[in-house]
Write a protein that binds this ligand. Structure first.
Ligand SMILES: [Zn+2]
Ligand SMILES: [Zn+2]
Length: 391
């Protein structure tokens, strides 16, 4: 099913219930529960709230009988929060204010903003409506605790089902938090976590690995398939492959130049840089970041340069070899004025080289911006188990 960008995903529903008792001496105690009965998917997380109504920590909800982690401050209130109706949670970055979705408000590892890379405990990424829910929850409990008479019991329910199921045009209360679909859903290639982000490229919110290389690899595989099925000519494939490479290279360069403090004179050459100007791009990456784009590719260097020059001819000169092409390419087989006939073998080899360069960029990039290992370790353990089972 095709989804629509930036459409609302409703709350999954459920009921938060406070059961309060006040004994004859006026001592008040309470229990909190959360129940869910709709067929919609649900995940439940816990957040510690300050008695004034704001989140101040995550709760590690262990298995049955396992104690929770202690609250960061005395008198904290445990707030249960359910997911949206697809089992996901919306987040808002406290730094860049942009939204994204994952399948958790994690308590055992921090979140990484897919856009600006900020890494912090997940309660810092609550959206304004989620914060309103927490404030409402704490206020409802506090009011009930004050109002319950000595020797009596009371029950207070925050019923999200009633609001989730209502189809009226009435404005919904502030504390009814929903989430919003973004534009690109992906499972992280290294930790397998779900992400939903605006745009195409971003950090996995769970481990901080950037999806750029994986995304470009998928696109290049699609181009290979189109060459094989004859949908795309070899020369058109070269044009498209370079366009994919350019966008991935631009993404890495943008992240490096925005996140690493640099003198303006260092940053300047990256503005308007054409990434298929291989020698210039390679030189800048080496001098600014010690990233060797063509590491281990000495045998392919001349070929890659040649193909970038051919791309220019296909894109701008109608496929006819220009004087510049003949002078700079080292292609001794081609005379000025003839049509260049691209081969399928060249297109495939070139795509392989582009993938390799982006893979090098990715590896060196994450040597600078290290991922958060928690989810990667779990995924690697899972893969090992699966491997053992299948062998
Ligand atoms: Zn951010
Ligand atoms: Zn990940």
């Amino acid at each position: 099913m095709k989804r629509t960008d930036f459409s609302e995903v409703g709350h999954t529903g459920g009921k938060a219930t406070f059961s309060i008792r006040c004994d004859e001496e006026g001592r008040v105690s309470y229990q909190i529960g959360y129940s869910h009965s709709s067929p919609r998917p649900m995940s439940l997380v816990g957040v510690y709230a300050h008695p004034d109504g704001f989140a101040c920590g995550n709760i590690v909800l262990g298995g049955i009988g396992q104690p929770w982690n202690p609250p960061p401050l005395p008198n904290c209130i445990a707030v249960f929060m359910a997911s949206d109706s697809q089992g996901k949670f919306g987040h808002e970055c406290p730094e860049c204010k942009k939204h994204f979705r994952t399948d958790n408000i994690p308590s055992k590892f921090p979140l990484t903003c897919p856009y600006c890379g900020l890494r912090a405990e997940s309660f810092h990424f609550l959206t304004p409506p989620q914060k309103a829910y927490i404030a409402h929850y704490v206020e409802s409990l506090n009011r009930a605790l004050i109002e319950v008479p000595a020797g009596a019991a009371a029950e207070v329910v925050i019923d999200m089902d009633v609001i989730a199921d209502s189809v009226t045009d009435e404005p919904r209360p502030d504390f009814y938090y929903t989430s919003t679909t973004q534009q690109t859903e992906f499972k992280c290639a290294v930790c397998n976590s779900y992400n939903d982000i605006r745009g195409r490229y971003g950090y996995c919110a769970s481990c901080g690995w950037r999806n750029t290389s994986e995304s470009q690899k998928v696109a290049q595989d699609r181009i290979r398939d189109q060459i094989k099925s004859g949908v795309l000519s070899a020369s058109d494939a070269v044009k498209q492959a370079v366009s994919e490479f350019d966008s991935a290279a631009r993404d890495f360069a943008d992240q490096l130049t925005t996140r690493i403090p640099m003198k303006e004179s260092r940053r300047k050459p990256f503005e308007g840089l054409l990434f298929h100007n291989l020698d210039k791009f390679d030189g800048l990456m080496k001098t600014c970041f010690d990233i060797d784009l063509l590491k281990g590719m000495s045998a392919d260097h001349d070929f890659v340069r040649l193909m970038f020059l051919r791309r220019h001819v296909y894109e701008h000169d109608g496929g006819v070899a220009t004087r510049r092409y003949v002078a700079n390419s080292g292609d001794t087989q081609t005379e000025e004025g003839v049509l260049i006939r691209e081969t399928v073998e060249n297109a495939h080899r070139f795509i392989g080289c582009l993938n390799r360069m982006v893979a090098t960029l990715e590896k060196d990039f994450h040597e600078i911006f290290k991922p958060e290992p928690f989810c990667i370790d779990i995924e690697n353990e899972r893969k090992t188990r699966m491997g053992k089972r299948n062998s």
